[in-house]
Design a protein around this ligand. Structure first.
Ligand SMILES: NC(=O)c1ccc[n+]([C@@H]2O[C@H](COP(=O)([O-])OP(=O)(O)OC[C@H]3O[C@@H](n4cnc5c(N)ncnc54)[C@H](OP(=O)(O)O)[C@@H]3O)[C@@H](O)[C@H]2O)c1
Length: 145
C-alpha cells in the first residue's frame, strides 16, 4: 500500500505496483500492516505507527522528523528503526558497495525504472526546489550538473 498527499497522485503510485493507495488525511488507514517505510515523517509519524499491526516495524528514513510515543510502541510490541544510507556508506562500505552494485545491476537489466518528473540544469536549482515545494511532482526532480 502507498500513501500520498493528493488523490490525483494515487493512479501514479498504483502504476508503480502498489496494491492500494490512501491519502494521508484519511482517518482509517485500512487493515493494519506489518511494515511501514516512512519517507515523510513529521505529523504523519504517529498515524503511521497506528497503522502498524502488532509486532509491526516502521523504518524511519525521512528528514521530516516527528515524534513517537513510547506507549504507542509498547501496546502493540511495535518497533521503529532509523535508517541512514550515509552512515552505512561510511561505517559499512562493503555493504554499501554490494547494494550499489545490485541496484546498478537491476537498473541495467531494466528491472529498476526510476520515475523522473522533470530535469533541471544545476544553475536552475531554484526552479527544481520550486517544483518540489509545489508538491505536484510525480517521481524524481533531477538536477543535471
Ligand atoms: N535516510 C536516508 O538515508 C535517506 C536517503 C535519501 C533521502 N532521504 C530522505 O527521504 C525522504 C524522501 O526522499 P525522496 O528523494 O524520495 O524525496 P522526493 O522525491 O523529493 O519526495 C518524495 C515525496 O515526498 C512527499 N512529501 C511529503 N512531504 C513533503 C514536503 N513537505 N515537501 C515536498 N514533498 C513532500 C511528496 O509526495 P506527496 O505530495 O504525495 O506527499 C514527494 O513526492 C526525504 O526526507 C529525504 O531527505 C533519506
Amino acid at each position: 500500500m502507498g500513501a500520498v498527499s493528493d488523490p490525483g497522485k494515487a493512479a501514479f503510485v498504483r502504476g508503480l505496483g502498489a496494491d492500494d493507495v490512501i491519502t494521508y488525511d484519511r482517518q482509517d488507514w485500512g487493515e493494519p500492516v506489518d511494515y511501514v517505510l516512512d519517507a515523510v515523517g513529521g505529523d504523519l509519524l504517529p498515524s503511521a505507527v497506528t497503522a502498524l499491526a502488532p509486532h509491526g516495524r516502521l523504518v524511519a528514513y525521512s528528514s521530516g522528523g516527528g515524534t513517537v510515543a513510547a506507549y504507542d510502541l509498547l501496546v502493540g510490541a511495535k518497533s521503529v528503526i532509523g535508517f541512514q544510507m550515509a552512515l552505512i556508506a561510511r561505517g559499512r562500505p562493503e555493504l554499501y558497495e554490494a547494494w550499489r552494485r545490485e541496484v546498478w545491476r537491476l537498473y541495467e537489466a531494466g528491472e529498476l525504472r526510476p520515475a523522473v518528473h522533470a530535469q533541471f540544469a544545476l544553475e536552475d536549482a531554484a526552479l527544481a526546489h520550486a517544483a518540489i515545494e509545489e508538491r505536484s511532482n510525480l517521481g524524481k526532480v533531477v538536477l543535471v550538473p
